[in-house]
Design a protein around this ligand. Sequence first.
Ligand code: AVI
Length: 326
Amino acid sequence: MHTCSSSAAPSLATDESTANASVFLQDVLTGLSKTRKELHCKYFYDERGSRLFDQICELDEYYPTRTELGIMAEHAGAIAERIGSEAVLVEYGSGSSTKTRLLLDHLDSAHAYLPVDISGDHLQQTAQLLRADYDDLEIQPIVADFTTPFELPDAYVSLPTTIYFPGSTIGNLKSDEAIGLLVSIVDQCGPDGGLLIGFDLAKDAAVLQAAYDDAAGVTAEFNLNLLHRINRELDADFDVQRFAHVATYNQDESRIEIFIESLDEQEVCVGRQQFHFEQGERIFTEYSHKYRVDQFVSMADQAGLKMDALWTDSNEYFAVMHLFPV
Ligand code: AVI
């Protein structure tokens, strides 16, 4: 019989990383105890997960990254015009700020750039590189999880602010979470500010299927890496070979749904807690919503935002939209 012998109960949080580890453990235990087991997609991005995501962005099948970059490259001037002069630009999930450079190059006397990212190290490196290239621009990195409310530094709160939210990360949120985030964006940008957002458009199911289940298996590795991470960080014993990546397109909900499927009946320990898996049972890991423009406009409307301008590529695969609070 499979028993969980670990002594690794979460210790009392004494520093930030211990506190993060116990939140991670709690989230995993709660998620795996649900009738439909689930793990939050924000946990994909440990060091290996972030590297795998970078590889996904380079895949032939994964069109969103290069398509959004193409839209930004083609329309940066027009986009910068809609944002206006002396902007304070706040970027959610800035990563290495590649698309932002296209924007910064065209903005008229931008006042400040505030990249927001959960990874402090990455943020500092990016800020350093940007400072070298944009000496007149104030660059003030903010380490925060933008999916939960956070404050801008006092010096910027009364200035008209444009929130830049590229990458279609909004599509990974459930629709009530997405509306909640848009509402907090309205709050943060103020009545004279705006939102510039990139989102993925609904399209042929075969194109979507290939993008989330690529031939080289990089997305599968990315998804299953979550189990490796749980094994390593939470003293668990997932036998990762006995699980498989599944990505399906749900036409009715217009979203890709990603799961980890158990290949046979098995028991798994996470710390001292044991979980039973039936053969074929799935752990839900991620939604990736694909919007029609009118659907996105109506979601934004519920949050108090109105479309100002829209840019897409020639295939209409991806959209970049500028919105104002109403
Ligand atoms: C980060 N996000 C926008 C990606 C997406 O396309 O939904 C995450 C991803 N998951 C699997 N492949 C890419």
